[in-house]
Design a protein around this ligand. Structure first.
Ligand code: NAD
Length: 299
């Protein structure tokens, strides 16, 4: 079967261009530029790269940003205090807490400290809860970006069998909520698999739409999937490769060649989901500045 490669970079560029125009219009109406406060804790090189990519993207669309680089010795009390300063600062619209956090800082406890009206990652329980009951909310950026890809490529979800592999709070779980809601972008019969799932293939083989967010290279191979499946590979894995200039290459969770052979559409890694995640963060930051999700009178 010949497949269509889902070009996340192209779609993200279109969305970012639209956000750029919306930001210009927002400023032309007499408002200050939207502003994102990023919080980077410790020296994890991947986290540093992600924050740099996000703040660079902000600049390109006209969103101001600032990054607080905090040593990983910070206590949870000090971190909560730092976040409450950002909560109270009216010049900050969105707060980005780059995950993962060092082991002694429990992410849920820190995220709960954040003003949910500035939670542009959509991780605060208030926003997750509103997602679950179908109210307007900051939607987690990666699954929201995947729905934008569906929209661009006219991939319908209504009545389809969707299988999500990986049940994290940031990708798999909100993805399954979005797909299973009986609204415009949902209506799929949704199965959520995780490391305790017995016989993964038995579920995956039923999928019309397969979303994999595990962090395990080559977890999904061609014989596991149905002919014509739409495959969204969220995984980002560094796999050592002596022929690559950096000594490693980035791969997803699917064995691309064998899965693509049976797929109707498939995302590459890199260049699939990743750019969409960044674009959705920009979108949420603009929504936060406009107070579109939580208007002034809220609370
Ligand atoms: P996580 O580590 O928080 O969770 C992994 C999930 O996979 C868990 O639910 C676990 O139960 C499940 N799992 C582990 N082994 C499994 C197995 N053998 N079979 C089935 N399920 C299994 O992961 P995360 O933070 O959601 O990230 C997952 C991957 O997605 C990582 O590679 C990460 O780098 C990538 N990611 C990419 C983007 C992007 O924008 N492209 C964004 C976020 C995460």
């Amino acid at each position: 079967m010949s497949y269509t490669l889902i070009d996340g970079k192209k779609v993200a560029d279109i969305i970012r261009q639209q956000i750029h125009e919306d930001v210009q219009e927002w400023i032309a109406r007499g408002n200050r530029p939207p502003r994102l406060q990023a919080v980077l804790i410790g020296n994890d090189p991947a986290s540093k790269t992600y924050v740099q990519a996000k703040t660079k993207a902000c600049k390109e669309v006209g969103i101001e940003s600032n990054t607080a680089v905090i040593p990983d010795t910070i206590s949870i009390k000090e971190l909560k205090e730092t976040i409450s300063v950002y909560n109270k600062d009216d010049s900050i619209d969105g707060i980005l807490l780059q995950l993962p956090l060092p082991a002694h800082l429990h992410p849920s406890k820190v995220i709960e400290t954040m003003d949910f009206r500035k939670d542009v990652d959509g991780f605060h329980p208030m926003n997750v809860g509103r997602l679950a009951v179908g109210q307007p909310t900051f939607r987690s950026c990666t699954p929201a970006g995947i729905l934008e890809l569906f929209r661009y490529y006219s991939i319908t979800t209504k009545g389809k069998n969707a299988v999500v592999v990986g049940a994290s709070n940031i990708v798999g779980s909100p993805m399954a909520i979005m797909l299973s809601r009986e609204n415009e972008s949902g209506k799929a019969t949704t199965t959520l698999c995780h490391k305790y799932t017995r016989d993964l293939t038995q579920h995956i083989i039923q999928a019309d739409i397969l979303i994999v967010a595990v962090g395990s290279p080559n977890l999904i191979t061609g014989p596991m999937v149905k002919e014509g499946v739409v495959v969204i590979d969220v995984g980002i894995n560094r796999v050592s490769d002596g022929s690559a200039p950096k000594g490693y290459k980035i791969t997803g969770d699917c064995h691309f060649e064998s899965v693509a052979e049976k797929a109707s559409l498939i995302t590459p890694v890199p260049g699939g989901v990743g750019p969409m995640t960044v674009a959705m963060l920009m979108k949420n930051t603009l929504l936060a500045a406009k107070k579109s999700i939580y208007p002034e009178e809220y609370l």
